[in-house]
Write a protein that binds this ligand. Sequence first.
Ligand code: GLC
Length: 797
Amino acid sequence: MQVATSSGKYSVKHYPDTIQSWKKEGNYFYFYTSATILEIRVISDKIVRFRYAADGQFQRDFSYALSEKLEESPENFDIREWQESFEIYTTAIRVFVARENLRITITDTEGRIINQDETGFHWQYYLQKGGKIVYCTKLIQEGEAFYGLGDKPTDLNLRGKRVENFGTDAYGYAKDTDPLYRNIPFYYGLHNGIGYGIFFDNTFRTLFDFGSEREDASSFWARGGEMNYYFIYGPELLKVAESYARITGTAELPPLWALGYHQCRWSYFPDSRVREIGKEFRQRGIPCDALYLDIDYMDGFRCFTWSPDGFPDPKKLLKDLSDDGFKTVVIIDPGIKVDPDYPIYQELVQKGYACKRADGALMEGDVWPGKCAFPDFTDPKVRDWWAGLFQDLTAYGVRGVWNDMNEPAVFELGTFPEDVRHDYDGENVSHRKAHNVYGHLMSKATAAGLKKHLMPRRPFVITRSAYSGTQRWSSVWTGDNMSTWEHLWLASVQCQRLSVSGLSFAGSDIGGFIGEPSGELYTRWIQLGAFHPLMRTHSASNDTGFDQEPWSFGPEYEAVVKSFIQLRYRLLPYIYTTFWQYAAYGTPMLRPLAFVAQDDPETHDLNHEFLLGDSILISHVSEAGMLEKSVYLPEGNWYYYFNDARYAGKQAVTIPTPLSEMPIFVKAGAVVPQYPDMEWVGQRKVEEMILQVYFGEGITHSILYEDAGDHYAYKTGQYNLVRFKQASEPGLFRLKKKFVGRFEADYRHHRLKIHGLPFRPTSCMVDGVAHELPAEALQAAIVEIQLPRNFEEIILR
Ligand code: GLC
């Protein structure tokens, strides 16, 4: 077959031929055709890696994505020979390799097809640039839906679309703009109730086609490197997500304050303005934890310096802010100003740490400071050096770092030219191979530096570009969006997509970065943002001078915005628990409904409904003037948050949407832990942990994870994992609580608020003893009971 390459030259596509021999080495299997070798590695019963040496030579087996902790657990696997194929089987799947052409068919143990090659692996020589373009083409199964792939600003289900990974500074992107900032070559397939994932660990430009070119075929390919992919069987999509995290790593717990509200702007300048913003928050009683300094805090945009006029005494400023409960996050870009008198530039060049062009000249390009040079973050020595640069910033009191422009962005060129050289941990490669990991490794070095210098505090890092695995050290935001209703919709799908792509700790610039939102749009965005793992307002207001703070749109909007930020703070124990699930198991924090109810086809194409954690369902208000919204509820029973009205699932319900409300539902049976009101994390001791309990028949489990919210004592057992089990039935409410851990929480008691009791209780038993309660309390719509922290069981009848 003749296919046009990007330069218009033609080159032949090559396909593997017949298997001539094979061998098994431990959990590795090798199949040899006349030119190609296929390596299959059984990592666990549900994870198998496929790697192809197109013409007989494997490349270095090296990856920036993989978790250092990736452990193999292959058990009870082996190979069987059939006339037409070889079959490698585990306790969960069977992998058939066709003798004739190396094509792969994967089934479950009952023989149901999970995933099947169409033409399978094939390649072309990339004559202009060197190496090969490597492809893999699969059959699309009946009714198959596709998810994943990072931050693509389009419908969650990618069926019918083609997308590409090549980190791009996509200022003012729109729906369907591609590529964007992130490079996450990982997708899910879902058909016939079966979910699986494919992680194509290749850092070159990668492309994915889900039936856009040909209706019944999906393909992924890369303009270089190896065909090297991990197949992950679910069948539950959430289990696929957890296995992907097993491969690419899990996040560490952030400091609790990082789950609070963040206020940012390009730029708060000078220091007096930052102080004013802080004062406004405290005077108005609007909770806020983080304040950001965008590029203008620096001296002429030189990283690791401070503007002598705008920020003459940063240490004092950060101390005063900190005394008032604010944590300061500063931006650090990769571009280092070319300035012979600037020590960081001198060191960068003298040590040979800057990226160079093919012929040895410095890679120079314009960014904010003008002409810049750029550290080669693919060199471990450079990462160490960079990490060391955070010593002074942290000594000044900086608590978090924001890495931007690291696709890498260059003004005239877009990004680096392809001939730029990179160390790539000793491999010495061109930018074609290093581009998609540049921001990944920059944020890695930043996080390492912050962690070291902030010790024993936990670091907070936010990055714009990312590769698979960035979740191990950084959060992300969706980039330079716009103040439009369409972008509010995008923020929702992008954060859900990031979440199932390993990057749960994500948020959007609330209100939009470019442009000016109306009060209504800003308020609706805050409502959605309150349920995103990262909640940050940011805007580029330098030119027009308008403000985008919670109080900027008048008292009517301010009141609603404040109530949602307060709700966010009350929900912190629930959100932190959800983060813990993500950190411990890789479970996505935001769960699109398709991931929660994959057997229900109604959910497969839903874009704007998701669960945050186990029990809270959100459907944000997505249009101006919207008076009501239809929300599809998955199986189970659901309480409308604002009035406790109960709805049965597996149907769409219509909910009025006054400005002060957004459709929020809580799953029947759930226990949602809450803090009392606070204006910032650490403001005062938490006197009681509120437990919002929603009556549900049958057995339901909920959890609460808690620790000090900072530092690392949790790693040596200073945490509590509280498990709740509700086992209620008509006429009986019963909640059990079990507890493991050694963390001494400040609070001594719980306040239970029981919603939706379908009967009027007359008696209350706690740990087997009658608990006297005034009759009014028992008869109230929400039964409120204070119990000691160590209660184990409560029964109402
Ligand atoms: C980029 C970032 C934006 C930031 C600006 C100035 O556009 O995406 O968030 O405010 O640069 O640093």
